[in-house]
Design a protein around this ligand. Structure first.
Ligand code: ARG
Length: 556
């Protein structure tokens, strides 16, 4: 950009309408033989500068040479018809950067200057229900983004916004009392989540069919809301049983989360209504307290309400989210709040964010992002459902993935058995599921395909693991030489495969930045896939052991 400004200073000043900055873009070269990067701005500027693109490109080239060659950044600057500028970094620059990466525990990635607090709200299944594939995506994406932001220097608070409060729990408690008539506050409930889910379903049916039970259920709701100790004790156990089942999945995926469900915000809900009232935003609509925010209309074009208190006095999903924003800003001192949920909740978050700004909960200095994702589909393109019409259980999907990983491993290596086989299959199965989720563009729907995710070729966990295994085996074989590598040994980039591997390694920081800016984990997995490919090519083309460049290649 500086070179463009210098070369065309007069013209740019004369013609104030030219915004060079917006028109100049440097992207990665599409084909390796053209160099590392390309800039096509000369073509875009032809009209504004009233010059043929080739002349523009040549002018830039000479400015770049004059200004930048002395710093040794570029090795090659070439102009191709009709006005492409192809740029390659110099080998010295790549070598120096690699040497820095090698000694830097942060791999050349600078931490953000001032630590900022980020709340990442993810996973968030609903108590007394099974976690489903949608929650799986939220868990995997939310965890990956949290890890990335922590690495970049953010102070990350990972919150599991469990759906653990609502009138349905009164009904469930009433049903449990029917099943276990002598239930006391301190009776331990030895139920599995599956049983709990079954009872929950049965309770709903009974509620609709049996007036007597309906009355009992309504009483139980009132008791729970009043904070009756017996009801609270049963409710606590319901939450514990559910959380334990979720923990199993978090353990498999090595995900850490703080459970802070909707119930946490209960004492703060009435204040939300008060605050809305004070801000002059509250309107009654069909008995319910609502906010009408500019820009939100329903299909008929009528104003769309954001409901925060039902006509019976109960509160809504949005009320809790507003209370949570207030608490996260005031008490947690969040600078940024990120929500990872399915794309279906996009409008809910748009409205909640706008409402929070209007009420004064969300100062301009605090950023909020909804990170939406698409549906998970079965291999046949349909949504995941079991026979009963219920969404498939997540644990079952993972068990199948691990089983299939075992079969794939055994067919490749019949000698593998026992504990090692089990451990490897678990790692491969879980990583395959995790990686396939991360590697597809999160906004699109993705097809859950065991066979594809367990392939050893292509953009898969197994392919990446294979590169790691190869690197480890080099380490093992070269163990002695490795420790003997002296400080004076240096990387010498000679072969094309070495140079292209080096270039990619030097781009790590850019890739992390882009991933964090767009909150798009596939940007990182695409990079890792290309890195694994480049590594395999390097390994294929360049002998390490016993070669004249052995030490350089070990370092690389
Ligand atoms: N429990 C919700 C669900 O299963 C997700 C909650 C997302 N987080 C939030 N703060 N609303 O759809």
């Amino acid at each position: 950009i500086a070179a463009f400004y210098e070369a065309f200073h007069d013209k740019a000043v004369e013609n104030k309408s030219i915004d060079l900055r917006a028109l100049i873009e440097v992207t990665e070269a599409r084909q390796e033989q053209f160099g590392h990067y390309q800039c096509n701005a000369a073509m875009k500027l032809t009209k504004q500068l009233d010059m043929p693109p080739l002349d523009i490109a040549l002018a830039i080239k000479s400015k770049l040479e004059e200004k930048l060659y002395p710093h040794g950044l570029f090795g090659r600057i070439e102009v191709a018809k009709p006005g492409f500028i192809n740029l390659s970094l110099s080998t010295e620059f790549l070598t120096q950067t690699l040497e820095h990466l090698q000694t830097d525990p942060r791999l050349g990635v600078a931490a953000i200057e001032k630590a900022q607090r980020v709340v990442v709200d993810f996973s968030s299944p609903n108590i007394a229900k099974e976690m489903h594939v949608g929650h799986l995506r939220s868990t995997i994406l939310g965890d990956a983004l949290s890890r990335l932001l922590s690495f970049l220097g953010y102070d990350v608070l990972r919150l599991n916004h469990l759906g653990d409060w609502g009138t349905q729990f009164g009904m469930l408690i009433a049903y449990i009392q029917l099943q276990i008539p002598d239930l006391k506050a301190d009776t331990p409930l030895s139920l599995s989540l599956t049983q709990l889910v079954d009872w929950y379903r049965a309770a709903k049916q009974r509620f609709d069919a049996d007036a007597n039970f309906k009355q009992q259920a309504q009483k139980a709701v009132v008791a729970l809301q009043r904070g009756d100790p017996f009801s609270l004790a049963v409710w606590t156990q319901i939450c514990m049983i559910s959380s334990q089942a979720y923990e199993e999945i978090y353990r498999l995926f090595s995900v850490e989360l703080i459970n802070r469900g909707e119930s946490f915000y209960k004492p703060m809900l009435s204040a939300v209504v008060e605050d809305c009232k004070a801000a002059g935003l509250l309107k009654k609509s069909e008995g319910a307290q609502c906010l009408f925010l500019p820009g939100f209309v329903n299909r008929e074009g009528e104003p769309l309400p954001l409901m925060i208190q039902k006509s019976d006095g109960g509160y809504n999903y949005a009320t809790t989210d507003l209370a949570a924003i207030k608490q996260r800003v005031k008490t947690e001192h969040a600078d940024w709040i990120i929500y990872v949920t399915d794309a279906g909740q996009a409008q809910h978050f748009d409205m909640v964010f706008q409402a929070a700004r209007a009420i004064g909960y969300l100062p301009d200095s605090v950023k909020v992002s909804h990170v939406p994702f698409g549906l998970v589909l079965r291999a046949d393109g349909k949504k995941f459902k079991t026979r009963e019409g219920d969404t498939e259980k997540l644990v079952d999907l993972l068990t199948v993935a691990i089983e299939k990983a075992k079969t794939a491993l055994q067919s490749r290596n019949p000698e593998l058995s026992g504990e090692l086989l089990d451990e490897t299959a678990t790692a491969l199965g879980i990583n395959a599921v995790k990686y396939s989720d991360l590697s597809c563009h999160r906004a699109s729907n993705y097809v859950f395909n065991y066979d594809k995710m367990l392939q050893f070729e292509g953009n898969t966990a197994a392919f990446l693991s294979y590169a790691v295994v190869r690197i480890r085996s080099i380490y093992r074989k070269a163990g002695a030489q490795w420790s003997a590598l002296s400080k004076t040994d240096a990387i010498q980039l000679k072969e094309p495969a070495e140079l292209s591997l080096a270039l990619l390694l030097c781009q790590f920081e850019d890739v992390l930045d882009q991933t964090a800016r767009e909150l798009m984990p596939h940007v990182l997995t695409d990079y890792l896939f290309r890195l694994a490919e480049k590594f395999h090519r390097f390994f294929h083309d360049c002998r390490v052991e016993g070669s004249e460049y052995q030490n350089s290649r070990l370092l690389l």
